[in-house]
Design a protein around this ligand. Structure first.
Ligand code: GDP
Ligand code: K
Ligand code: MG
Length: 293
């Protein structure tokens, strides 16, 4: 059989389960997941390889209306998701009735590529609600094939993947067949630390934080890492560190456990907190953190 390969882009509102699905497909925790919107800031490629196929999935930040520069560049990642896709996966969750962004919605309805509309979180619904929702989305997006799924519990996930394989164009592989992602190792270190911060700090703190892993040094039995947690103000630095350093210690302990699982090796992690005023609205800084514009 001829080799198939292509790009599958996953889009949808924040928190519908895009990252959960991508991780389920790839079988690794490439994308961090929390119940907070804007957990995913970058566009992350996850690659699933088989003997005669390569599926390149892209997990995008949810569609939001930009309020500051970081969000604007996040939306550029979403827009680019339309440009190079072979298949579009549009995810909605049970109970959702519209995509807030009209222009985006028109793009989906008029897409010239196959659209799979995944109605996620059906583990939270009953038969009646499910039927009503399938009917609603059939009418709204007539060009889509609709699949009710539960990304969390794995319901219908392999069926969707089989359909993706059917729709995939014939093509040689785009990435080496042993790669899981296009992102460097340091990126995942940053993301795992950021996930712990999203989980443990309230209010604006997680959104004022960026992580920079300055050192990633792999030895035979251990990987040594040094990461900086960048905040915008001195007060935020105090909150991150916490009383007697306990809050930061907890981030370090939990991040290290996840990093050891991710890399399959012992990890030594040093964490520092630095104040870097306005990294979010500074163009040069955004580029440094990989939000190119
Ligand atoms: P994203 O913002 O679209 O990437 O959504 P995430 O993958 O980060 O998921 C947001 C929240 O929804 C997390 O708390 C997930 O555990 C949860 N979630 C994702 N898929 C499902 C599902 O199929 N069922 C249920 N009940 N929760 C889900
Ligand atoms: K989320
Ligand atoms: Mg996400």
């Amino acid at each position: 059989m001829a080799h198939k390969a292509g790009f599958v882009n996953i889009i949808g509102n924040p928190n519908v389960g895009k990252s959960t699905l991508m991780n389920a497909f790839v079988g690794e925790r490439l994308s961090i997941i929390t119940s907070k919107a804007q957990t995913t800031r970058h566009r992350i490629l996850g690659i699933v390889n088989g003997e005669d196929f390569q599926v390149i999935l892209s997990d995008t930040p949810g569609i939001i209306k930009p309020a500051y520069e970081l969000q604007e560049s996040m939306m550029d990642f979403v827009k680019s998701a339309f440009e190079d896709a072979d298949i579009l996966v549009y995810m909605v969750e049970i109970g959702e009735r519209e995509l807030k962004d009209e222009a985006f919605f028109r793009k989906i309805v008029h897409a010239e590529i196959p659209v799979l509309l995944l109605l996620n979180k059906i583990d939270k619904s009953n038969q009646e609600q499910l039927e009503e929702q399938v009917g609603l989305w059939k009418e709204k997006v007539p060009n889509a094939e609709i699949y009710p799924i539960s990304a969390l519990e794995g319901f219908n996930v392999s069926e969707v993947f089989s359909r993706i394989l059917e729709l995939l164009p014939e093509s040689p592989a785009f990435y080496p067949k042993d790669s899981l992602t296009d992102k460097p190792e340091r990126f995942f270190v940053n993301e795992i630390i950021r996930e712990k911060i999203l989980l443990h700090y309230k209010k604006e703190i997680p959104y004022a934080v960026e992580i920079d892993t300055e050192e990633f040094f792999e030895e035979e039995k251990i990987i040594r890492m040094r990461s900086i947690i960048m905040v915008e103000r001195d007060t935020q630095k105090g909150i991150i560190i916490g009383h007697k350093g306990n809050a930061l210690k907890r981030v370090g302990v939990e991040a290290r456990a996840d990093l050891e699982k991710f890399f399959g090796k012992q990890v030594h992690l040093e964490l520092y907190v630095k104040v870097n005023k306005n990294w979010r609205s500074n163009d040069r800084q955004l580029k440094r953190f990989g939000y190119s514009k």
